[in-house]
Design a protein around this ligand. Structure first.
Ligand SMILES: NC(=O)c1ccc[n+]([C@@H]2O[C@H](COP(=O)([O-])OP(=O)(O)OC[C@H]3O[C@@H](n4cnc5c(N)ncnc54)[C@H](OP(=O)(O)O)[C@@H]3O)[C@@H](O)[C@H]2O)c1
Length: 251
């Protein structure tokens, strides 16, 4: 497929690299900041433009990977006729693209992506399209990028995005709080890495609710009280500890 990527951030970069690696032809990177577009285009060995310059009209698919809030503005900038045009957002309806093309949809990577990632990671894709043809085309394209392609409506994608925030963004925030706590208390956060890995590995075989461990699930008030005393100096972490302990105890 010939591909134009619109945007030059994390998703544009990771998807651009993946498409190139899978032998798709990157024809152009378009972004509001020409300097950012140029950096990605150089890496992908293709042309670049900002929104004032001419968009390459020869591509088979246009991937719009810009900030959620910018998607609506794309209506006034892009008019792509029948060209398959997708966005990559979890919580934005595909209908945001209906005035840009007659063939539109979503290619949502259900993964945390950062342009610094130089390794290849598994990316399940949730796809959607406004017509059966758009969905088929997108399925064929996405299956060159990943072994896990799932059709999901706007509503299903939104729900999975909520779950994704919980399992990725919230757990990472807890890692950040714990790391800060360890630094301040002079203990080594690095010693927790095997525990982090084991917790994530385990849920590939068991339902998370069935493998919950720790003082809250044991109703061990004595230990919880000891923890809360040491957390007096860390009010934000103490708040999270109380809320999550309460949630675990409610089951
Ligand atoms: N990162 C992830 O893990 C992830 C995973 C799945 C889905 N997504 C979704 O993918 C999309 C892109 O996310 P991202 O992580 O790649 O974001 P990002 O790294 O912050 O990049 C955002 C891109 O949008 C452009 N942009 C921002 N505001 C704009 C505006 N008002 N007008 C035009 N362009 C604008 C930025 O341009 P400049 O370079 O000029 O700032 C940049 O190229 C979002 O819908 C996000 O929800 C992200």
């Amino acid at each position: 497929m010939k591909i134009v990527i619109i945007g030059s951030g994390n998703v544009a970069t990771v998807l651009g690299r993946l498409c190139k690696k899978r032998q798709h032809e990157m024809v152009q990177v378009v972004s509001r900041n020409a300097a950012h577009a140029k950096i990605l285009a150089n890496e992908l060995n293709c042309a670049y433009a900002d929104y004032d310059e001419k968009l390459n009209e020869s591509a088979d698919i246009y991937i719009i990977a810009v900030a959620d809030t910018a998607l609506q503005e794309m209506n006034s900038r892009l008019h792509l006729g029948n060209k398959l045009t997708v966005h990559t957002a979890g919580s934005v309806s595909k209908e945001v693209l209906k005035d840009i093309s007659h063939n539109y949809g979503v290619l949502y990577p259900l993964q945390s992506l950062r342009k610094e990632m130089q390794y290849e990671t598994d990316i399940p894709f949730l796809i959607d399209g406004n017509t059966a043809d758009a969905i088929t085309l997108l399925e064929d394209f996405a299956s060159t990028l990943s072994a896990t392609i799932t059709k999901a409506t706007d509503d299903e994608r939104l729900k999975l995005h909520v779950a994704a925030v919980m399992v990725s963004n919230f757990t990472n925030h807890l890692y950040a709080l714990a790391e800060d706590f360890c630094k301040k208390e002079g203990v080594d956060f690095g010693l927790l890495i095997p525990l982090i890995k084991e917790t994530a590995e385990r849920i590939q075989q068991f339902s998370p609710a069935d493998v919950q461990t720790g003082p809250a699930v044991r109703n061990d008030i004595f230990t919880i009280d000891k923890h809360l005393r040491i957390l007096t100096e860390h009010p934000q972490l103490k708040y999270m500890y109380i809320k999550l302990t309460d949630s675990i105890m409610k089951g």
